[in-house]
Design a protein around this ligand. Structure first.
Ligand code: BES
Ligand code: ZN
Ligand code: ZN
Length: 534
């Protein structure tokens, strides 16, 4: 008996075109080679399971399809019904396009099939990422979201020959910050389908959970994620790994004792006490191994201070702790993966607020290393909190220092959301970061650290340094990096300016609109890459 097909075209979000093939639900469908039959109407709505499958475009054959191993296996159990339906339901599924089939299998009332593009894609020299991996992430994310919208509770996901990327796509695509809404999105559980690579799948799940933790922290309102709440959240997340992790939530008194005058000059305008969060992950069997030092800007709200920001979009400054969020989330992830490396994470956490006690433009403050700083713009606060954290970080003799910060609007002007801007004094470190980002698809791009910019921050009327460049608007991301460099003596240091990648509208198809949690996966991949580097 031939099922009756009804095709509907809809347009939605990132999925440019979908063709939904509906089989009349009450019809009895022949299920597979064993000739079993079932009635789709018997399936309870609350128990509906979904399946997401991938399909490649056949090389050199216009309109040809190449099913993944899992899709081919599924097609076989249906005696070729899936490939038949794919042929008759519309044009060949191009990369990112999807189609849903209802009632074709008794275990999976909803099956989403998504285009994976060409099998030969691989690493692309001009895009600086692995297109095949990106296609898998995008396709599995799109398929899972289609089924989530249909209120499917459990989805099995095609490994597409790259179970890690499939899990990342599924996990990142399904994330939604709706904790504070009365009406929540349907929660979907996922599972690998038709592949034996459960290790790859689990690694992808952990990578996605790491980025989702950073997204959650960044998206949460500033009255919920205060410096204290941030530190407590990370402490809870690290509790299952207590064996390898020590955590210090340093108080204002400790910060004063450390003479972190630059950090304190930012926190003094707020009623919320600052916290200096210090995490030690001891994953290496050699406890003496020099640690990787990660430092994250942790401004839980940046109003600009006395140099107050304009009101429109000021709410986005709840994510000005994105550096701290991605750094801490990557340490949580490294601990979950039991990476055999030592990592120290530092997060100077505070609010930047205007008040009678706040730092005023023109004030001079003293950083931990004794350098004096004229604060001409209180909105350039990230470099102040990082300056003291960098000075303190050097005391651990790290093998490399990477600081991460939503530091300047200027990096957004330069690169937009395509890549994190990297300023580094080390070709070796650049190579490691770049290599990691090709794998994750969360890209980096190298930026200059010329003396040209250093002159613009050392040219200062009252102090050793000015917190803004002489020509404040020009090369703003570069002068900020030059400022930070004045607090670095280590040979392998990189500053990652993530202001441009902080949020997502629709540029990264496997992330919903909102705070992005980028580049957590790149940091984890980078740390994992250091394992065999001595
Ligand atoms: N947190 C901002 C940078 C930012 C802007 C992050 C947009 C994310 C999105 C930072 O503290 C800031 O305000 N920087 C100033 C520096 C300027 C005063 C020299 C900026 O970029 O305008
Ligand atoms: Zn600011
Ligand atoms: Zn800021």
């Amino acid at each position: 008996m031939r099922p009756l097909n009804l095709c509907i075209n809809i347009f939605s979000g990132f999925i440019y075109e979908q063709q939904i093939t509906m089989l009349l639900l009450r019809r009895t469908v022949q299920a597979g080679k064993h000739g079993r039959s079932f009635s789709a109407s018997q399936t309870l709505l609350s128990e509906r399971k979904g399946l997401v499958l991938g399909v490649f475009e056949k090389e050199g054959e216009e309109g040809g399809l190449h099913l993944t191993e899992a899709a081919a296996g599924f097609d076989q159990t249906l005696s070729g019904k899936l490939s038949e339906l794919l042929k008759i339901s519309g044009p060949t599924l191009k990369q990112g396009k999807s189609r849903i089939f209802y009632g074709i299998h008794k275990d999976f009332p909803c099956v989403a099939v998504v285009g994976l593009g060409k099998t030969t894609a691989g690493v692309c020299g001009s895009e600086n990422w692995d297109t095949s991996k990106e296609n898998v992430r995008q396709a599995m994310s799109a398929g899972c979201r289609l089924l989530q919208d249909l209120e499917v509770k459990h989805v099995e996901v095609d490994g597409c020959g790259d179970a890690q990327s499939a899990a990342e796509g599924a996990g990142l695509g399904l994330f939604q910050y709706d904790q504070l809404k009365s009406k929540k999105k349907n929660k979907v559980t996922t599972q690998l389908h038709g592949s034996a690579d459960s290790a790859g799948w689990q690694k992808g799940v952990t990578y996605a959970e790491g980025q989702n933790l950073a997204r959650m922290l960044m998206e949460a309102p500033a009255n919920h994620i205060t410096p204290t709440a941030f530190a407590n959240t990370i402490e809870k997340k690290l509790a299952p790994h207590a064996e390898r992790v020590t955590i210090h939530k340093r108080s204002q008194a400790w910060i004063e004792q450390q003479q972190m005058g630059a950090f304190l000059s930012v926190s003094r305008g707020s009623e919320e006490p600052p916290v200096f969060l210090e995490l030690h992950y001891n994953g290496s069997p050699d406890s003496k191994q020099a640690p990787l030092l990660l430092v994250g800007k942790g401004i839980t709200f940046d109003s600009g201070g006395i140099s107050l920001k304009p009101s429109p979009s000021m709410d986005a400054m709840r994510a000005d702790m994105g550096g701290a969020a991605t750094v801490c989330a990557s340490i949580v992830t490294a601990a979950a993966l039991k990476l055999p490396v030592n990592i120290i994470g530092l997060a100077p956490l505070c609010e930047n607020m205007p008040s009678g006690k706040a730092t005023k433009p023109g004030d001079v403050v003293v950083a931990k290393n004794g350098k004096t700083i004229q604060v001409d713009n209180t909105d350039a606060e990230g470099r102040l909190v990082l300056a003291d954290a960098l000075c303190y970080g050097h005391t651990f003799n790290p093998r490399a220092i990477v600081n991460v910060a939503t530091l300047t609007g200027a990096i957004d002007v330069a690169l937009g959301s395509a890549a994190t801007g990297v300023f580094t004094n080390s070709d070796w470190l650049w190579e490691q970061l770049q290599k990691a980002s090709v794998v994750t698809g969360d890209r980096v791009w190298r930026m200059p650290l010329f003396q040209h910019y250093t002159r613009q921050v050392t040219d200062c009327q009252l102090a050793d340094l000015n917190n803004v460049g002489t020509y404040s608007r020009s090369g703003g991301a570069c002068t900020a990096a030059a400022f930070l460099r004045e607090f670095v003596t280590a040979p392998h240091w990189a500053h990652l300016d993530i202001a441009g990648v902080m949020s997502n509208k629709d540029e990264v198809p496997y992330l919903r609109k909102g705070m992005s949690g980028r580049p957590t996966r790149t940091l984890v991949e980078f740390a994992a890459g250091l394992v065999h580097k001595g």
